[in-house]
Design a protein around this ligand. Structure first.
Ligand SMILES: *[C@@H]1O[C@H](CO)[C@@H](O)[C@H](O)[C@H]1NC(C)=O
Ligand SMILES: *[C@@H]1O[C@H](CO)[C@@H](O)[C@H](O)[C@H]1NC(C)=O
Ligand SMILES: *[C@@H]1O[C@H](CO)[C@@H](O)[C@H](O)[C@H]1NC(C)=O
Ligand SMILES: *[C@@H]1O[C@H](CO)[C@@H](O)[C@H](O)[C@H]1NC(C)=O
Ligand SMILES: *[C@@H]1O[C@H](CO)[C@@H](O)[C@H](O)[C@H]1NC(C)=O
Ligand SMILES: *[C@@H]1O[C@H](CO)[C@@H](O)[C@H](O)[C@H]1NC(C)=O
Length: 482
């Protein structure tokens, strides 16, 4: 087992040379390619896929004193005047395997004792919520180009919530297992481990036990969040352990259905002048992306032409520059530095940074390709799960940065059509600082919000608009029309 573990670490170093800043890197596509090639028999997200077993109380380890030990006195390079508390460390979710998940928690500077708590999840599958969410998107700091100092993110989401970033599942970021076979994992195990993490974390931070709780995330978290939410709601009814006071979820540029992820993406490429009429027409007339249908050779040909066409642009934000030697002279519409991922990678691999975070000394990677490629269970769609959650009474928001080509807004609109929920408040532009921040539709039990000019990693590119819509989400109000 030890040898396998070391081989794994070595292997992951070799394959993980790419990051989001360059062109072509696409961990979701890599995982989907393998899943799709395996799918022969239709396999639905059964309404209770994650809760099919009868309830077993999760392992709860002793947490006394661990909160104090997790307190981050200071992150290297953080600006003076940091006025909120930060914590990070490991929570053991399976002691027999030696499996532990790593978190970073940023409290609010003001009102932390009353503000809600929000769990943030990045996707992949296999990508880090600390490298993505915390350091690049909505966290309190951004890593500067020197890779050693941080600057304050004025639009950080911890202004309005206490934000908990979780590296999930084991193998991602600083999270690990002493049993190497745990790195072959999937949706069901990820939901179970995340639930065990939360129950233990709330023992470590008991003052948060009854606080309003929300989950937000993006991309492949379109699977993680509905599945974890379903497990929480189910267990809340039967557990004699901590009940999680879950109020709502927000899914951003979320991968939730395999058919719409294909149709919506190719339609977006065509309507945004990335692929030719011929390629689009070739896909329309040769591809059947519905569950159980066979992909023909012709369809594969046109798809690979489309993927080649998009591979030379940064398709997570289609009008943004790539991280290249010229990027300093290429203005980005959003002002976001496309090389940010490189700065984060260097910062999170600095030994003093790892020490201050209480992380084990490891080679940290933003995405673990081994985990993504070896993913076991990935249902074709989680729309039935989302429908259950919509009827459960919690708040369900689906948001979309409208310049993302990875899980574009067309895909999300096709998803919502499949959910078949009636419109209550018709489409209108929402306003932020006298500009259109995006568009909203209020459906029965569902709110759909776009963020104008934002790519896949919404708060990276439109931080002000992102914080504005997120504040409305927490307040349970539609974003303002003026
Ligand atoms: C993993 O193994 C190391 C070395 O034996 C041990 O220190 C650590 O506590 C283990 N991790 C977990 C989560 O049990
Ligand atoms: C803190 O809470 C008070 C009382 O609810 C509110 O009036 C104030 O605006 C809040 N401040 C911030 C920065 O959230
Ligand atoms: C919780 O319930 C399980 C089984 O239903 C039982 O084994 C366990 O002892 C209970 N724990 C507490 C703290 O009551
Ligand atoms: C696509 O495939 C599905 C599943 O095999 C089938 O039910 C459907 O009729 C097909 N659609 C078209 C347009 O051929
Ligand atoms: C897909 O192909 C397999 C093997 O060629 C065949 O058995 C199956 O019936 C096909 N499915 C559809 C929906 O055409
Ligand atoms: C909305 O939720 C209610 C119950 O809370 C449920 O009866 C209704 O079917 C749901 N509608 C949709 C479209 O989800």
């Amino acid at each position: 087992m030890k040898i396998a573990f070391h081989l794994f670490v070595h292997f992951s170093l070799l394959v993980l040379v790419s990051c989001y800043g360059g062109n072509g890197y696409d961990p979701l596509e890599n995982a989907l390619k393998i899943q799709r090639s395996r799918r022969t028999i239709p396999k639905h997200a059964s309404k209770d896929a994650t809760v099919e077993n009868s309830y077993i109380p999760v392992y709860v380890g002793p947490q006394d004193g661990l909160k104090d030990a997790d307190k981050v006195s200071e992150l290297p390079g953080q600006p003076a005047g940091t006025d909120f508390d930060q914590y990070s460390g490991y929570v053991t979710v399976d002691p027999s395997h030696g499996r532990a998940l790593f978190y970073y928690f940023a409290e609010s500077p003001i009102n932390s004792s009353t503000n809600p708590i929000v769990l943030w999840l990045n996707g992949g599958p296999g990508c880090s919520s600390i490298g993505g969410g915390a350091m690049m998107e909505l966290g309190p700091f951004r890593v500067n180009a020197d890779s050693t100092t941080l600057s304050r993110n004025k639009y950080a989401w911890n202004n309005v919530a206490n934000v908990l970033f979780l590296e999930s599942p084991a193998g991602v970021g600083y999270s690990y297992s002493n049993t190497s076979s745990d790195y072959t994992t999937g949706d069901a195990q990820t939901a179970k481990d995340s639930y065990a993490f939360l129950v233990n974390w709330l023992e470590r931070f008991p003052e948060y036990k009854t606080r309003d709780f929300y989950i937000a995330g993006e991309s492949y978290a379109g699977h993680y969040i509905p599945q974890l939410t379903q497990l929480i709601l189910q267990n809340n009814k039967i557990t004699n352990q901590t009940v999680i006071n879950l109020k709502g979820i927000a899914l951003g540029n979320a991968y939730v259905d395999d058919e719409t992820s294909n149709t919506g993406m190719y339609d977006y490429f065509w309507t945004h002048a990335i692929i030719s009429d011929e390629i689009h027409e070739g896909i329309i007339s040769n591809c059947n992306f519905s569950e159980g249908a066979n992909i023909t050779g012709e369809c594969n040909y046109y798809q690979s032409e489309a993927l080649t066409a998009k591979s030379s642009i940064y398709f997570y934000d289609i009008y943004a520059p790539l991280c290249s030697t010229f990027s300093n002279s290429t203005p980005s519409i959003s002002g976001f530095d496309p090389c940010t991922g490189n700065y984060i990678h260097k910062y999170l691999n600095t030994p003093v940074v790892q020490q201050s975070l209480h992380a084990k000394p490891v080679q940290w990677e933003n995405c673990n390709d081994f985990v993504g490629i070896h993913w076991k269970d990935m249902p074709f769609t989680v729309l039935p799960v989302i429908q259950d959650l919509m009827a459960s009474g919690i708040s369900v928001w689906i948001y979309s940065g409208d310049t993302d080509g990875r899980v574009p807004v067309t895909t999300t609109r096709y998803d919502i059509n499949k959910l078949q929920t009636p419109v209550k408040t018709p489409w209108y532009p929402w306003m932020y600082q006298d500009e259109v921040g995006g568009y909203v539709v209020g459906y029965q039990n569902l709110t759909f919000v776009t963020i104008r000019g934002a790519g896949h990693f919404v708060p990276s590119y439109q931080p002000g608009r992102a914080l504005a819509f997120f504040t409305s989400f927490l307040e349970g109000k539609l974003p303002p029309d003026q």
